[in-house]
Design a binder for this molecule. Structure first.
Ligand SMILES: *Cc1c(COP(=O)(O)O)cnc(C)c1O
Length: 333
């Protein structure tokens, strides 16, 4: 595989740091915990969508688009980062937001990511939870096309084989860093949602024959569905890379036991993970994704699922902008 063959806009701050979390490692007393700082990728503070958008936006430009459209939850990080890319590249941006939590407070509906969507010049429209967002986006795109705009539609989370190339790139980068410093990585853990991150990582690790298991911690769908989504996309990504058949079904593992009541609804262990990372390491997680991913990491250390002496890398996918939408859940009395 040769990623330079795919169109890409080079806007991410790469490589992201790979650092040891000494105080968290000590507090948990199990494996050695490392962090891959994909919360520091740049473009409106950064996060995992930046790597995907490097490839997606290049495809939009190559196709002659003058506008991009995407969809996500009200506090979508993907929406914010897409708005930032569109601003930087001088394109229009329209975003469809779905109310998946039912939260009515103005912090949730206007602050955090929503504030930044608008600051980057994007327009937004809000839909009730349960809307067929794919159909709604196609209709909105058709309406724009009827007025002469050239619209490039980006799926929710930027999760298609083009976007997943960003996480093939991350697999390459992480392996190079580990090889350089003689660090043997025993496992990679991260939050999984629309599946592009895990699919790209798995396709990349399999194509490289790295032998590093990837564990996705679910944030929305039940396990069987999550794993099937990731597997399908990982296979399509491997095809795109010219490495068909490298991903086996057993290479895709998701643990969805930290989702709680639903997408965007933090549990007690989500909040504990956010506090531990903030107080022990000065690192900001978020209540929707990385907090749940880290809850899975912490529980895996405590339960002995990850053994003492193992080196576990937590891929920090970003999302801290969302903290400002969850003041009620996080504020201390
Ligand atoms: C989108 C997102 C994820 C999930 O990544 P997918 O590629 O959608 O699975 C994880 N963390 C954060 C902060 C995100 O914004």
């Amino acid at each position: 595989m040769h990623l330079a063959r795919f169109p890409r806009v080079h806007l991410a701050h790469l490589p992201t740091p790979l650092e040891r979390l000494d105080r968290l490692t000590e507090a948990l007393g199990g494996p050695e915990i490392w962090i891959k700082r994909d919360d520091c990728t740049g473009m409106s503070t950064g996060g995992n969508k930046t790597r995907k958008l490097e490839f997606l936006m290049a495809e939009a430009i190559a196709g002659g688009a003058d506008m991009v459209m995407t969809q996500g939850a009200t506090q979508s990080n993907h929406a914010r980062q897409t708005a930032a890319f569109a601003a930087k590249l001088g394109m229009g941006c329209h975003i469809l937001l779905e109310d998946r939590t039912g939260y009515q407070n103005p912090d949730y509906t206007e602050n955090g990511n929503v504030l930044l969507d608008h600051l980057h010049g994007a327009t937004t429209e809000l839909h009730p939870g349960g809307t067929d967002m794919v159909a709604a986006m196609e209709a909105a795109a058709e309406a724009e096309r009827a007025t002469g705009r050239k619209v490039y539609v980006i799926p929710g989370g930027g999760s298609n084989p083009t976007g997943a190339l960003g996480y093939v790139n991350c697999a390459l980068e992480l392996l190079a860093q580990a090889n350089e410093r003689g660090l043997v990585i025993d496992r990679l853990v991260h939050a999984t949602g629309s599946s592009g991150t895990q699919a790209g990582l798995v396709a990349g690790m399999c194509a490289l024959n790295a032998g590093i298991p990837v564990l996705g911690i679910g944030t929305r769908a039940p396990q069987e569905r999550q794993e099937q989504m990731v597997y399908d996309l990982a296979c399509r990504t491997a095809d795109k890379l010219g490495c068909p058949g490298v991903v086996r079904r057993e290479d895709v593992v998701a643990d969805t036991s930290y989702v709680g009541a639903g997408y965007g609804l933090p549990r007690e262990d989500t909040l504990e993970a956010i506090r531990m990372f903030a107080e022990l390491e000065g690192v900001l997680l978020d209540p929707v994704y990385s907090g749940k991913g880290a809850a899975g990491l912490i529980d895996g250390c405590r339960s002995g699922r990850f053994k003492a002496g193992e080196r576990v890398v937590f891929l920090h996918t970003g999302g801290a902008v969302g903290l400002f939408a969850y003041k009620g859940a996080l504020a201390r009395g």
